[in-house]
Ligand binder design. Structure first.
Ligand SMILES: *Cc1c(COP(=O)(O)O)cnc(C)c1O
Length: 227
């Protein structure tokens, strides 16, 4: 737990170095601290060190943390696999959803987003590695889905998210990041106002930043290995 501030500083230094190496503006990459499976005290330690955005995958694990930490400026991102019976609680307790990949879930979140909260910010997850087992919309279906989601008033479509197959060679993973950026640019050309590429984790954040990531999602290198 007392390593967390140092780990956080080291991750921020890596982000700053990667951003500088790709000639991007210093503030162009945001850090999402992935606190899944980690205790409330770990989130608090990162918050006290200045971190504000936290990513969680498992709703039942996240809700007690969210309730226990009503802290100024804290922001929760749902990055796990969405299920229909969980959308209401996701809509009520999170500021962002990164793994949206179906119109059905988008419509549920839109309907369930409480009126007293700003629109839920969403990224569409794109499956660019072709793994059948993985979540994400196919590249072929992406544009249609993006246009429909952008029309939903209680959602705010911000951009795209992807996860390369961690077992594929690094150059293939880098190609996946590059292709996600190409997809974002193509959607912008169609008139969609998108600014977010959610890509890069502990092992591959430098590559993702070189390919244009604007949010990196880092768990292990901040909070330690998950048990
Ligand atoms: C767990 C997880 C991360 C963080 O992965 P690390 O390798 O621990 O940095 C990022 N994104 C998603 C979607 C995850 O599930």
């Amino acid at each position: 737990m007392n390593q967390i501030p140092d780990n956080l500083a080291a991750v921020q230094a890596r982000i700053a170095a990667a951003v500088a190496a790709s000639d991007r503006p210093a503030e162009s990459v945001a850090l999402l601290a992935v606190s899944k499976t980690k205790p409330i005290q770990a989130v608090k330690a990162a918050y006290d060190a200045g971190q504000r955005a936290f990513g969680e995958n498992y709703l039942q694990d996240a809700l007690p943390k969210i309730a226990a930490l009503p802290l100024d400026g804290i922001e929760w991102h749902f990055i796990g696999h969405l299920q229909s019976n969980k959308t209401a609680e996701v809509a009520a307790h999170f500021a962002w959803v990164h793994g949206l990949d179906s119109l059905k879930h988008a419509e549920r979140l839109n309907k369930q987003r409480p009126d007293d909260l700003p629109p839920l910010q969403v990224c569409l997850q794109v499956n660019l590695s072709g793994e059948a087992s993985k979540g994400g919309v196919t590249p072929e279906a992406l544009e249609t889905l993006a246009v429909r989601v952008a029309e939903l008033p209680r959602l705010r479509l911000r951009g795209l998210m992807t996860m390369p197959d961690p077992n594929s060679p690094p150059d293939e993973q880098r190609t996946v990041f590059a292709r996600l950026r190409e997809r974002l640019l193509a959607l912008r050309d169609k008139g969609l106002d998108l600014d977010t590429l959610s890509m890069g984790m502990s092992g591959d954040m430098e590559m993702a930043i070189a390919e244009g990531a604007t949010i990196v999602r880092i768990g292990t290198d901040i909070f330690g290995a998950r048990t």
